[in-house]
Design a protein around this ligand. Structure first.
Ligand SMILES: Cc1cc2nc3c(=O)[nH]c(=O)nc-3n(C[C@H](O)[C@H](O)[C@H](O)COP(=O)(O)OP(=O)(O)OC[C@H]3O[C@@H](n4cnc5c(N)ncnc54)[C@H](O)[C@@H]3O)c2cc1C
Length: 481
């Protein structure tokens, strides 16, 4: 992906047609002013910057339907957008498409504690969805560092993972039913709460992870779980990524599915957080090369802390753990997570980084890091890496950092070269080049190298069936043409 290449712009809709679009939502909810549009057009790392004639902010499913019907009739391209926290450029109108922002669809339609489900509209933020579940004494077990801004519709459309996927799974496992507006404006009502429904093809899963290319998700039935009665969190220094993987094995042998999060972090990321976040404090007095953040939660009200201590003691005895500390309060637990969650943010502040959101079989994580570090250092001497992420899911955010002597632009110009050497190692281990962020435009042009050609053919066929005029997020996921 060449970040400098700007794709050719689409012809803007004629003024009379634009007015028809605006009339659907009303002037108040149609953003045409350039400055007011800015927050919708720029991606948080400033890697992508879009352009659009209008941002439409529909307030009902009927309005979404009317917009798509009109767009389809006139073959006008649209880009659905939730919280604009996506990391692969999928929500950005690169070619002057109309943006449909779903954030006004923000109602919690129903919470059903007996069925353990919650029906929410697409624009509800993840944080608000979790709070609503909590008020009903339930847990909505998805958690991303972007929870305050990202939306349930965006989570579903990217099939987001996050820091609690180890036990509870990714978005696909959280969605029981969906409501989707199709390209021609028809509304697919699949909002059931049923665990068992064998009445044909599983249409719901087509739209989850489709990044807005097959339909616009307007509501979701989410699966809830009982709120845990006890939660314990530990921050530990480990000798190496291999030690982190070994500790994951020890933790799950002790506590099985009570191990709800298992994250790994490299020291240079901690340093970056300590430098740029005035609130965070290093949890351990000494400096170590690698860290794990382990959270366990359970329905039992006692014994969990002792179980976590036993896990870390075994780690110390086996020479895997060098030091550890436990969260003694909710504030301390939040402080540990704050450090981990700031990893994405601080990278931006310490220079340019070339990102990879990869997954490999868990056992191969240590080899992957060693081999990728070497390949990158051979390619661009002086480049360091900052691996961190969801070790329990085999998912590492593996980011190469700009060498001090190289300019930001010079380094970013090597994006494709760095990707190439890293993805070759991912492929060798039968991994994925996009574990949780999606394809968007960032990985669109290389997808064919790593994806099974038959799967790619089927994807094209499904796109053609559901969006024959190619109006839904064109140029994302699948290469145009
Ligand atoms: C600090 C930070 C941390 C993050 N951590 C994680 C993480 O741990 N795990 C993870 O998976 N991701 C993570 N992300 C990425 C991002 O938050 C997720 O991809 C999230 O699911 C995007 O939600 P959104 O509402 O912001 O969607 P947007 O960014 O607005 O859109 C993302 C994609 O979904 C489409 N889309 C949005 N809403 C709809 C809809 N209603 N119907 C159809 N298509 C739609 C868009 O067209 C686009 O292709 C992180 C991002 C940040 C900034």
């Amino acid at each position: 992906m060449n970040l400098q290449t700007k794709p050719p712009l689409l012809p803007p809709p004629p003024a009379a047609l634009l007015k028809q679009f605006i009339d659907i939502v009303g002037q108040k909810y149609a953003v045409t002013d350039r400055d007011a549009q800015e927050p919708y057009l720029v991606e948080m790392r400033d890697l992508f910057h879009g352009i659009t004639p209008v941002i439409l902010r529909p307030g009902s499913v009927a309005e979404v339907s009317a917009i798509l019907k009109l767009a389809n009739e006139h073959k006008i391209a649209v880009v659905p957008q939730g919280g604009n926290t996506g990391l692969v450029g999928g929500q950005v109108p690169h070619r002057g498409e109309i943006v449909i922002s779903l954030t006004r669809l923000n109602k919690i339609r129903e919470i059903d504690p007996v069925s353990n489900t919650m029906t929410v509209e697409a624009g509800v933020t993840l944080q608000n969805a979790r709070a609503a579940a909590s008020d009903a004494d339930r847990l909505y077990p998805q958690l991303l560092p972007s929870e305050g801004t990202c939306t349930i519709g965006g989570n579903m459309s990217t099939n987001a993972g996050g820091i609690a996927a180890l036990v509870h799974g990714i978005s696909r496992q959280h969605a029981v039913g969906l409501e989707v507006v199709l390209a021609d404006g028809r509304v697919l009502n699949n909002l059931n709460k049923l665990k068992k429904d064998n009445t044909g093809y599983d249409l719901k899963n087509l739209f989850i992870g489709a990044e807005g290319t097959l339909g616009i998700i307007t509501a979701v039935v989410l699966k809830l779980v009982p709120k845990p009665r006890s939660v314990e969190t530990a921050w530990a220094a480990v000798t190496s990524p291999q030690a982190a993987v070994d500790m994951l094995g020890i933790a799950t042998a002790h506590l099985a599915s009570d191990v709800t999060s298992f994250e790994m972090m490299a020291r240079n990321g901690i340093e970056a957080v300590m430098t740029h976040d005035s609130v965070s404090r290093d949890p351990l007095a000494k400096v170590y090369p690698w860290y794990i953040l382990v959270e366990v939660s359970s329905q039992r009200t006692s014994g969990l802390r002792e179980a976590l201590e036993a896990i870390l003691t075994e780690g110390v005895e086996k020479g895997l753990v060098l030091d550890a500390t436990f969260a003694e309060s909710l504030d301390q637990q939040k402080a540990f997570w704050r450090i981990r969650e700031l990893f994405g943010e601080v990278q931006r502040l310490i220079g340019a980084s070339i990102k990879h959101d990869i997954s490999v079989p868990i056992a191969k994580i240590p080899e992957f890091i060693v081999e990728a570090d070497k390949a990158i250092a051979d390619l661009i001497p002086g480049t360091t890496t900052m691996p961190f992420g969801h070790v329990g899911d085999g998912n590492i955010h593996y980011n190469a950092m700009q060498p001090p002597e190289m300019s930001r632009q010079e380094f970013l110009n090597r994006w494709d070269d760095v990707n190439k050497v890293v993805f070759a190692i991912v492929k060798k281990y039968n991994g994925s080049i996009s574990a949780e962020h999606g394809v968007g435009v960032m990985k669109r042009d290389i997808l064919h190298i790593y994806k099974d050609p038959v799967a790619l053919d089927l994807m094209r066929g499904i796109k053609q069936l559901l969006d024959p005029n190619g109006i839904l997020n064109p140029g994302k996921v699948l290469p145009p043409g």
